[in-house]
Ligand binder design. Structure first.
Ligand SMILES: NC(=O)c1ccc[n+]([C@@H]2O[C@H](COP(=O)([O-])OP(=O)(O)OC[C@H]3O[C@@H](n4cnc5c(N)ncnc54)[C@H](OP(=O)(O)O)[C@@H]3O)[C@@H](O)[C@H]2O)c1
Length: 253
């Protein structure tokens, strides 16, 4: 969608979500911003208001399906949502040992269920209006399961593949779907990483790439291209050839 006027964005209190909120903020734009940390969310909302946007911000846990559904119904009733960006996510890995059930279910609960909670209530509304755009935050980590972060990779793979299928399914109804697959981007999430992050970019630069990709209705917005090429190549090789190499990769905290 070239010129979305009403956006709903989760994970707006930090990192890529914060940069996206600021990238879209401007006169004539309504933003519904979600996050968990109230002071950080309020600061982002204030900065977006300063840029001329109409802003509503709500402290909301994307894993809380009923609360998210109420929030979306309320926002959409006030002004029909043009673009939803399901961005909220958490990351953890196997740096301190195998992932336990709590970590595994916790990551899937936010990164997958949280995305479903954010997007599913809007699909029938978009279909009925024959208009709307859905952006799903995946990752380059979705292309191959890495021993350093099995659940994170699995959650992002589910989101990417679901979105790719949804795109073709909803296109005849005038609904656009894009999956976003960033490499390393500066944020609270990557600040914890103790290993080198090739082609690390600022959240502002990433938001610009995402915004341009969504305006062009690109199905897969994957960047930066050298990291995309490397992960794509790794994923294309048989596991027997890559397992030993990947076992030596650093583990996510
Ligand atoms: N940074 C990267 O290199 C990178 C690469 C690929 C994909 N991604 C994805 O990009 C997205 C944004 O991450 P980021 O790098 O910007 O990290 P970040 O700075 O940690 O931001 C994560 C955002 O998600 C929100 N969030 C987390 N759990 C939530 C929950 N249960 N309910 C509601 N909001 C929740 C956080 O809110 P609070 O802070 O208020 O809790 C925060 O606004 C994530 O989906 C991540 O997986 C990041």
């Amino acid at each position: 969608m070239r010129d979305p006027r009403s956006l709903l964005l989760t994970g707006a209190s930090s990192g890529i979500g914060e940069a996206l909120a600021l990238a879209y903020a401007g006169p004539g734009v309504s933003l519904a911003l979600g996050g968990r940390d109230a002071p950080r969310l309020a600061a982002v909302a204030a900065a977006c208001t300063q840029k001329g946007a109409q802003v509503r911000s709500d402290v909301i846990d994307v894993a809380d399906r009923a609360a998210v559904a109420r929030w979306i119904a309320d926002v959409d009733a006030a002004q029909a949502v043009d673009l939803v960006i399901a961005n909220a996510g958490i990351g953890a890995g196997t740096d301190e040992g195998h992932e336990d059930e709590r970590q595994t279910r916790g990551i899937f609960g936010v990164n997958l269920d949280g995305v479903l909670n954010t997007v599913l209530p809007l699909i029938p509304r978009f279909v009925e209006r024959q208009r709307g755009q859905i952006a799903l935050m995946s990752s380059l980590a979705s292309f191959r399961g890495f021993p350093g972060a099995p659940t994170y990779c699995g959650s992002k793979a589910a989101v990417r593949v679901w979105g790719e299928g949804l795109r073709g399914d909803l296109a005849p109804d005038g609904v656009e779907v894009s999956v976003i697959c960033p490499g390393f981007v500066e944020s609270r999430m990557t600040a914890k990483n103790k290993f080198p992050m090739p082609f690390l970019m600022t959240a502002e630069r990433a938001a610009g790439i995402v915004k341009r990709g969504l305006a062009a209705n690109r199905g897969r917005i994957a960047f930066p291209w050298p990291m995309y090429a490397a992960t794509w190549f790794l994923a294309a090789l048989p596991p027997g050839l890559t397992d030993r190499l990947l076992a030596r990769f650093p583990r996510k905290q």
